[in-house]
Design a protein around this ligand. Structure first.
Ligand SMILES: *Cc1c(COP(=O)(O)O)cnc(C)c1O
Length: 639
């Protein structure tokens, strides 16, 4: 990992390699010749690369502090285009007779700015929205103004939800009400009759097909959503009876998010096409086949079927779907439907980067060993030193195990009062020298034995960083999801330290000790030494999907500042949106504190302290001002 031949000059190519940026960056991120991470709003067009360090300067000049969530509008546009252009070319390549309609599932990032952007740019492709709740439907109706775009209503529905969706249909939206539960049908029929609005009906089914990955439970028989095949038949019968089978137009399934293996995607499409054919043969109108989400993001850049990756490109995804639909439906001469997908993650993940500064470092350091051991020192300490002196590539494991054995013995003896404080300190120091020597030797091994798992992390520095994992990278904490993280500058210098990252919550889970690697994950991140007067910045990339609203207020660290930029045709960029993050009084209000009452109480206790002559009237004023400033301040560390 760290370059062996230190004589060989370190170049940005080496940096690109160890951080994998050209693999996961998907053409949007790279390193400039002066060692800064840049983004390329128009994928691979190097003329328009913009450095993140420069953006940070611009952010600071506008008075905003780190951490900042940076969104690059162009990248979102580019991802929407990529999806539509890929489907367009697959449709023409295979002479598919239907169309493609994308919808953006709001739950993936519900921020108003994101929806505005998706609907504004998506307009030329008739990109629609998917709503899973009443609130999302209301947001969708207010932002989507395109009668050719689909508005898909999933999720549990009460009367209010159904009424809203029916009104949307009446207003001219292509608003599909998708039955998730058998019980929803009666209510829907009743409301539609009462309001006199004929619904556009869809059904969500549980397929037997399943997918690997983090979210496997969303699909398959055990998924909590959707109708079983028998329930689907009941729905068809009921609609037939009511003479409303012509209202059934869409079949939907959702296998789960981040599906790493294209085989799973294909096999679900085959099964869904069989169901679709069956419904058409029953006499339903149909016309739409909605394959849900699942299009994965290659977070580690490995292009494999590992959970953080995917073994297909967007082009291959589209081509496989179109080809599979054609071959399955053509067998029964079923007309080609409009294909709908609900890609959320792949649409928005690339467009946000979390930028944060390093506040402090706790370095792993061994102390110099004395030339000789004191007379009469416990023999376990002598053994430990002997083990250290005898280390070579052949006896690594033996020395490692001996070291742990002797150290434990010494700790036992210490507990019984048989080893002094200084002797124990000396022993621990020798122990860590052994660990360092073992770790150095393992770097020359092809495969590192499992015995040494965790050694790297034990010898790593801790870099304390100005952000909250719980607020900004909740999936990293909750499900062990791995995002690409790296320094955004000084990449023309060889990183000399290995670190794990700790956030500023005081929770021992508030850390990151899993990092992307081309072959699995690694436990430490290569980083640079901090320089006394310079900030050191890291970026967590590909965080646009799911992270913003799932985050919580752990330790009352609130929303970060958000900045959106846009690059024009000339390569000039502009700040198009600045959202100030939560202040301390904001987050206190979220947990029901009454700020006014807090101020009154503080004024009273300060007055009391004046009366008791603990503070002067001037000091009282200063204290009240500090309190006021604290309430108005950012919840993160401010320099
Ligand atoms: C969450 C969800 C999606 C989004 O899936 P991605 O993998 O993020 O594209 C799509 N459809 C439904 C029904 C969902 O619940």
């Amino acid at each position: 990992m760290i370059k062996k031949e230190s004589l060989e000059r370190w170049t940005i190519e080496d940096a690109a390699d160890i951080y994998g940026i050209r693999n996961w960056g998907a053409g949007y991120f790279d390193i400039s010749s002066d060692g800064n991470v840049v983004f390329l709003p128009c994928r691979k067009d190097e003329k328009k690369s913009i450095s993140l360090t420069e953006i940070i300067e611009g952010i600071k000049a506008r008075g905003l502090d780190m951490p900042v969530l940076l969104r690059v509008g162009n990248i979102l546009d580019s991802q929407i285009s990529l999806l539509h252009e890929s489907f367009r070319s697959a449709i023409s390549k295979f002479s598919y007779k239907g169309e493609y309609r994308g919808v953006y599932p709001i739950k993936v990032n519900q921020q108003q700015q994101v929806l505005e952007e998706v609907t504004r740019f998506g307009r030329k492709y008739h990109h629609g929205l998917e709503a899973g709740s009443k609130a999302e439907l209301i947001a969708a109706i207010s932002l989507l103004h395109d009668p050719d775009a689909c508005l898909i209503c999933n999720g549990y529905k009460d009367e209010e939800f159904i009424d809203l969706a029916l009104y949307a249909t009446k207003m001219g939206y292509k608003c599909f009400i998708v039955l998730e539960m058998p019980g929803e049908l009666d209510m829907l029929l009743e409301r539609s009759e009462k309001l006199g609005i004929a619904p556009l009906l869809g059904v969500r089914v549980k397929l037997a097909s399943r997918a690997g990955g983090h979210w496997t439970e969303s699909g398959g028989d055990r998924s909590i959503f959707g109708l079983t095949i028998s329930e689907l038949v009941d729905v068809i019968d009921k609609l037939k009876m009511k003479n409303m089978l012509d209202r059934l137009m869409l079949l939907h399934y959702h296998l789960g998010s981040q599906i790493p293996n294209i085989r799973d995607i294909r096999s679900a499409v085959v099964e869904a096409c069989r169901v679709y054919s069956g419904i058409v043969q029953e006499g339903a109108a149909m016309g739409y086949l909605d394959l849900g989400g699942g299009l994965a993001v290659d977070y580690d850049g490995s292009q494999t079927n590992y959970v953080n990756s995917r073994n297909y490109t967007v082009d291959e995804y589209c081509a496989d779907i179109i080809e599979t639909v054609i071959s399955t439906l053509d067998e029964n001469q079923i007309p080609h439907p409009t294909i709908v997908t609900e890609s959320g993650r792949a649409t928005v993940a690339y467009y946000s980067v979390l930028l944060f500064n390093v506040l402090d470092v706790s370095r792993f350091e061994t102390r110099v060993l004395p030339d000789s051991l004191p007379e009469g020192i416990n023999e376990n300490v002598i053994n430990l030193l002997d083990a250290y002196k005898s280390i070579n590539l052949k006896n690594l494991r033996e020395c490692y195990n001996d070291a742990i054995f002797y150290r434990d013995e010494i700790r036992q003896l210490f507990k019984h009062g048989d080893v002094s404080l200084r002797d124990r300190a000396l022993a621990e120091n020798i122990f860590w020298h052994i660990m360092v020597a073992v770790s150095k030797n393992t770097q020359n091994m092809k495969t590192i034995p499992h015995d040494f798992d965790g050694l790297d992390a034990a010898l790593a520095d801790t870099y304390y960083c100005n952000f909250s994992v719980f607020q900004s990278l909740p999936d990293s904490w909750a499900i062990g999801h791995v995002f690409p993280i790296m320094p955004i500058h000084r990449l023309n210098e060889q990183p000399s330290r290995k670190a794990i990252i700790a956030d500023i919550t005081c929770d021992c889970d508030g850390k990151i000790d899993k990092f992307i690697d081309a072959h699995n994950v690694r436990n430490t991140l290569p980083v640079h030494n901090l320089k006394a007067d310079d900030e050191y910045y890291l970026g967590a990339f590909l965080v646009g999907a799911y992270q913003e609203t799932l985050g919580d207020l752990h330790n009352l660290l609130g929303d970060t500042n958000v900045v959106t930029i846009r690059v024009d045709e000339n390569g000039d960029y502009f700040f198009v949106g600045e959202l100030e993050g939560d202040s301390v009084s904001d987050v206190l209000t979220y947990v029901e504190y009454d700020i006014k009452a807090m101020k009154t109480r503080l004024r009273e206790s300060a007055e009391d302290a004046v009366r008791k002559k603990r503070i002067s009237v001037n000091e009282r004023a200063e204290i009240l001002k500090a309190f006021e400033d604290g309430l108005n301040g950012y919840t993160y560390f401010e320099r």
